[in-house]
Design a binder for this molecule. Structure first.
Ligand code: MF3
Ligand code: CO
Length: 291
């Protein structure tokens, strides 16, 4: 249950102002939605101006890393070479690769090729070849603030079918962004993503999704991209979360590599693509923090 403070208390946001002249009306609005049966965020999910500055600084590194990967990536390179770039650029800029040792993940970045949906583990034995599509999913910690984004790269001459999957997946993310409107439920956003994928003959992974992010790697809410309109947590200004749909050319079914317990594949071994951004919900829509 979302609770109010006493009117003369100091506001919870850290402004130093009295509650009644700060976030009292904001809280009233949230409580009104909650009373209508809509799931609302906990106050701890609202980022302060300082948090947002911190996340943006972390994102500067994350985006520089992905830019550098984009400049260097080519056929003949191993996914370990990508991991090396991520580690070098991140640490030289003063950051920490968030993936490294996260729940035992052994590398600094996820590299997922073709039928790999996500959580591919870089290796010197995995060599990029002409026609591959690869997702590079990178996350950075700077001064305790987390940034998270991923991009697709096409290696050399990619088939029109795979190129279309990559492009439509980006459009799915853009459709999701258009649906990020404050004081609406996040299920509307996920629905918009899903519909665009279905319209193009693709499916969307159900089990893995986006997440709140910023003061920790994975915060509430879990962000589904197969959600029904009118469901899920209310999007409230100050929340930060990722949009990162995994779009499959064939079935939405997936399985996890039994040898490493990480890498996720499509059940039919048809290609999958993913793009990820991290955003802040604002009073007018959203602001991209990391892409
Ligand atoms: N970066 C992924 C995400 O978007 C999480 C990867 S966790 C790891 O949420 F351990 F696999 F690196
Ligand atoms: Co993420």
């Amino acid at each position: 249950m979302y609770t109010r403070l006493e009117r003369n208390d100091e506001c919870w946001c850290g402004s130093g102002k009295k509650y009644k002249s700060c976030h009292a009306a904001f809280d009233d609005k949230i409580i009104k939605f909650e009373s209508q049966g809509i799931k609302v965020p906990d106050r701890s999910l609202f980022k302060t101006a300082e948090d947002i500055e911190g996340i943006k600084k972390s994102a500067v590194i994350n985006m520089a890393v992905l830019d550098e990967v984009g400049d260097k990536i080519r056929a003949g390179m191993s996914t370990q070479d990508i991991d090396d770039i991520v580690n070098d650029v991140t640490t030289k800029m003063g950051g920490i690769p968030a993936d490294l040792n996260y729940e035992g993940f052994p590398k600094s970045v996820c590299t997922s090729i073709n039928e790999e949906v996500c959580h591919g583990i870089p290796s010197k034995d995995i060599i990029l070849k002409d026609g591959d599509i690869i997702n590079v999913d990178c996350s950075t910690i700077l001064n305790g603030y987390f940034s998270d984004s991923s991009r697709m790269f096409c290696i050399g001459d990619v088939s029109p079918e795979k190129k279309r999957l990559v492009d439509v997946t980006k459009e799915c993310l853009e459709e999701g962004l258009k649906a990020v409107k404050p004081w609406t439920p996040i299920g509307d956003m996920g629905h918009a993503v899903h519909q665009h994928a279905l319209k193009n003959g693709y499916t969307v992974v159900r089990e893995i999704g986006g997440h709140g992010c910023g003061n920790a790697f994975h915060e509430e809410p879990f962000v589904s991209f197969v959600s029904k309109p009118g469901t899920g947590m209310l999007m409230v200004p100050g929340m930060v979360f990722t949009i990162e749909p995994m779009v499959n050319m064939g079935t939405n079914e997936i399985f996890i590599d039994e040898d490493n317990d990480w890498t996720v594949y499509t059940a039919d071994l048809k290609p999958s693509a993913q793009w990820e951004v991290e955003l802040l919900v604002t009073e007018t829509g959203y602001e991209l923090l990391c892409w």
